[in-house]
Design a protein around this ligand. Structure first.
Ligand code: NAI
Length: 461
């Protein structure tokens, strides 16, 4: 069987590898660099920069850790970005090695679906090649959403793509949108030393997260000096030579060197030939698919950001694998209820499953348990004691419904909760599983025990 995949981000390249592992002949078409947004403009570059800034944060606290460091440490943006670029390049090289080992045919050009069984690739030099295949997977991803009347200029009005390659640290930056991207960049720029104003139209940042978690995030933002203004809209912006004047509907006027727009993402579904063969596209640009990730045209599948289910790299990868599974004739679907979310703010946030407000909306009777990281010895050893773990369980069945974490290593410890929720485990299953000491995961067992007032390292209620 021959499979063509359009787009080599985590949706497309993971599908390519899985298909090749299963004996399918794969052609992978990519117009930019393999790895997609995640590797080139998203997860990996931001986490590389965040790692540099975490070190900087520690250096500033070196006295507390008992290490004498000469005064005057400061972030060197050029070196931070060089390190980030090196990490990305290493990963790209690694991907090419894997593709080569599986004999995946890479076509570095722009793909266009010319018929249900063929794609036309246009290379930079204008040459074209026709690729014939039995099945096609579209994995073309997304890009920063462009707000009307506020076009990106890459200099003052910037996107998250631009923010990863600024030539110098801005004195100040305003960020529009306190979603995952806005909040992560607010932390990045604040730790780099910029004055940060974060503007959000809803009443709180990360409005999909549990309210107790975002309450703590707001407190921590305040502590590190991020100015968060919620419940506002931008009325007007005036771009001047070296700054932007932002008029907010609460009457405030903010002058800033940069305005980063982080208000969501647009779907890359234009100019790839969808109309050509009658693939349906929603008004917003999403490609609708069925449970098997097949579009309305038989044999053509779509996965990742472009289908807009959950715009996360790990979800795209699983969708890619699942689409391949279905192409192979298996009956494969995805359980979106146990997908973990991780946001690399200070402190980190990670969550899976039901939030308390969702349980209330759905009329589900729940119990909750909490455990503060400041009560955890392991947190004290690394000097990061802010935050908590919150457990949501079903009051009748005892099943674990949700786990919400803000605190150190949240992104590393969330997965036992994902597994437990996926498998329908009960709180007693968590409690009866011995968690190693001293680890951050102990906060999960303690928070679960707290449901019954039985957390060991918490004073009697
Ligand atoms: P988002 O949809 O998560 O957040 C956008 C925020 O902007 C929302 O809070 C929204 O209320 C606000 N907003 C929209 N229009 C506005 C306006 N005119 N004025 C003020 N506020 C406005 O989108 P975001 O942060 O751009 O992220 C895009 C996607 O990428 C999301 O699906 C996100 O989950 C994913 N992502 C995930 C990361 C992670 O898992 N660590 C990191 C970065 C992105």
């Amino acid at each position: 069987m021959r499979l063509s995949i359009l787009g080599a981000g985590p949706g497309g390249y993971v599908a390519a590898i899985r298909a090749a592992q299963s004996g399918i002949h794969v052609t992978l078409i990519e117009k930019d660099e393999v790895g997609g947004t995640c590797l080139n403009k998203g997860c990996i570059p931001t986490k590389s920069i965040i790692a540099s800034l975490e070190l900087f944060k520690k250096i500033k606290l070196s006295e507390l850790y008992g290490i004498d460091v000469p005064n005057g440490s400061k972030p060197n943006l050029t070196k931070i970005l060089n390190r980030k670029n090196k990490i990305v390049q290493t990963q790209i090289k690694g991907l090419y090695n894997i593709f080569k080992s599986y004999r995946i045919d890479i076509k570095k050009g722009k793909g266009f679906i010319s018929s249900p069984q063929s794609l036309l690739v246009t290379y930079n030099n204008g040459e074209q090649e026709k690729i014939v295949s039995d099945k096609i997977i579209i994995a073309t991803g997304s890009r920063p959403f462009q707000i009307q009347n506020l076009p990106y200029d890459g200099r003052i009005i910037i996107s998250s793509d631009d923010a990863l390659n600024l030539p110098e640290i801005p004195d100040d930056i305003a960020i529009l949108g306190a979603g995952a991207i806005g909040c992560e960049f607010a932390c990045i720029f604040r730790l780099l030393g910029s004055k940060v104003t974060l503007l959000e139209m809803l009443s709180r940042p990360l409005s999909n997260e549990d309210i107790e978690i975002t309450d703590i995030l707001q407190r921590e933002f305040k502590k590190i000096g991020i100015r968060l203004i919620t419940g506002v809209k931008v009325e007007k912006t005036i771009v001047e030579d070296n700054s932007v004047i932002i008029h907010i509907d609460n009457g405030d006027i903010i002058s800033s060197k940069k305005l980063l727009i982080a208000t969501g993402r647009a779907f890359n579904s234009e100019n790839i030939g969808l109309e050509n063969i009658g693939i349906i596209r929603s008004q917003s640009g999403k490609i609708p698919v069925n449970e098997k990730f097949e579009t309305n045209i038989k044999g053509i599948y779509a996965v990742g950001d472009v289908i807009g289910n959950m715009m996360l790299a790990h979800v795209a990868a699983r969708e890619g694998i699942t689409a391949v599974d279905n192409i192979l004739g298996n009956n494969s679907t995805i359980d979106y209820n146990s997908v973990p979310l991780v946001i690399f703010t200070y402190p980190e946030i990670a969550s899976v499953g039901l939030k308390e407000f969702q349980a209330q909306e759905r009329g589900i009777k729940i119990r909750t348990g909490h455990f503060q990281f400041r009560a955890l010895a392991r947190s004290h050893t690394i000097g990061e004691i802010d935050g908590l773990v919150k457990i949501v369980s079903d009051a009748d069945s005892d099943k674990l419904l949700g786990v919400h974490i803000i605190g150190p290593h949240a992104s590393d410890i969330i997965h036992e909760a994902a597994l437990a929720i996926r498998k329908g485990l009960k709180t007693k299953d968590i409690i009866e599983t011995i968690h190693a000491h001293p680890t951050f995961s102990e906060a999960i067992i303690e928070a679960t025990e707290d449901i019954y007032g039985m957390a060991i390292h918490a004073i009697k209620k």
